[in-house]
Write a protein that binds this ligand. Structure first.
Ligand code: LMR
Length: 394
């Protein structure tokens, strides 16, 4: 029977990982997949994670199943981290998922269960896997304009005009912070305008927040999510712990549903548990448990926050160095946007041909849409990248 299977399109981000690995040049630079790397190119286990793992190894005396929605303590800690006191806790249903991608997938399935004809508005561009999963699930995608190719900032008026075409029963997918792949983000007033459009149209927001702490800080990065959740009657939030806890392979994420009242929350909570059961039964626990231990222990939490802040500041430093280097070499301010962008990524804003040329000539790997992982740089490689960009005439 399986002779009917057809080859599926390769994920362009993951294909790049493979191509980079196979490149024999020792001068190559990996700006592809969104993984944090320190100055020596390593993706370290964070100190607080190591400490929590040590304690867990000593103290954990059973690996019996948790609940279908994961350990409620993980949900409490994550709701607090992401939403703070923006909404009453008894309005929020939450279920642990295998990574942030798992939360995104569960959210889409939930939307499809509730409204099979819902249209999902996604930013153009968005994380390619959003599109891939929606297509796989056969859901209707409506792209909204987001990135201004000239300024490399948000094409705000165009975005609002497109979102105004949403209607009740549609969902608008928003990146809570650190937009992937562009690095261009809405300011506070622009978020207010998006909220006003959502209120007017009746479309439901779904927020993907995968980089909290990588942009302007833990609370600043959650501010928009909190504002949206507090202002609208319903909201879905898919949060990832992969990046900010550096536990990529542990697959730790959570899907939150904000309801209008505690009675509705009960139905939501049961539905999330049902969906988990259908798709994978119990969610992974190891990473979720580490996150819970860190967030609920004062000393561990302080150490995690300090290390996360170092990570954030190192990426900001690289952004500033790259913008300054490009200004020096090009004699123009046209790369200033790199210092304005936030998070791991920036879209350079050049053609796939130029991206290919940078790869062929210099072993510089970025995604074909010219998304660069800033964390793939270090103080020594920034000038090399800047020179390659300017030499290529970008
Ligand atoms: C990325 O965008 O590079 C990351 O979110 C990793 C992934 O799974 O694509």
């Amino acid at each position: 029977m399986f002779e009917t299977l057809k080859a599926q399109p390769a994920d362009k981000i993951l294909a790049l990982v493979q191509a980079y690995r196979e490149d024999p040049r020792d001068t190559k630079i990996d700006l592809g997949v969104g993984v944090y790397k320190d100055a020596s190119g390593l993706t370290p286990v964070m100190r607080a994670v190591k400490a929590a793992e040590h304690t867990l190894w000593e103290q954990q005396d059973s690996k019996v199943y948790t609940g279908l929605a994961g350990d409620p303590a993980f949900a409490d800690a994550m709701v607090d981290l992401v939403l703070g006191d923006a909404v009453p806790r008894d309005h929020v249903a939450a279920a642990a998922t295998p990574g942030g991608t798992g939360a995104v997938r569960q959210a889409f399935e939930l939307i499809r269960m509730a409204r099979p004809d819902a249209r999902i508005f996604v930013s153009d561009p968005t994380w390619p896997n959003h599109i891939s999963i929606l297509n796989y699930l056969g859901m209707e995608i409506v792209p909204y304009r987001y990135f201004d190719d000239e300024t490399r900032g948000v094409a705000f008026d165009a975005m609002i005009a497109d979102l105004e075409t949403a209607r009740k029963g549609d969902v608008v997918l928003l990146h809570g912070c650190c937009h992937n792949p562009t690095g261009a983000n809405l300011n506070a007033a622009e978020w207010d305008a998006v909220i006003a459009v959502l209120q007017k149209t009746g479309a439901v927001p779904m927020i993907d927040i995968a980089y909290q702490g990588f942009g302007d800080g833990l609370d600043a990065d959650a501010a928009a999510t909190r504002k949206v959740a507090g202002a609208l009657p319903e909201c879905l939030i898919a949060a990832s712990c992969s990046k900010n806890f550096g536990i990529y392979r542990e697959r730790t994420g959570i899907l939150m549903m904000v309801a209008q009242d505690p009675q509705t929350r009960k139905l939501h909570q049961d539905t999330l548990a049902f969906l988990n059961r259908q798709n994978f039964s119990f969610p992974p626990d190891h990473g979720a448990r580490l996150v819970t231990m860190i967030l609920t222990d004062e000393a561990l939490r302080a150490d995690w926050q300090a290390e996360l802040e170092d990570v954030r500041l190192s990426m900001l430093g690289l952004r500033e160095q790259l913008a300054a280097e490009l200004q020096k070499l090009s004699g123009s301010d046209r790369f200033g946007f790199l210092a304005q962008h936030r998070g791991m990524f920036s879209r350079l804003g050049t053609t796939p041909e130029m991206v290919e040329k940078l790869r062929a000539d210099h072993g510089i790997y970025m995604v074909g849409d010219s998304r660069m992982n800033i964390a793939g740089l270090n103080a020594q490689t920034v000038p090399i990248l800047a020179k390659a960009i300017v030499d290529a005439g970008i």
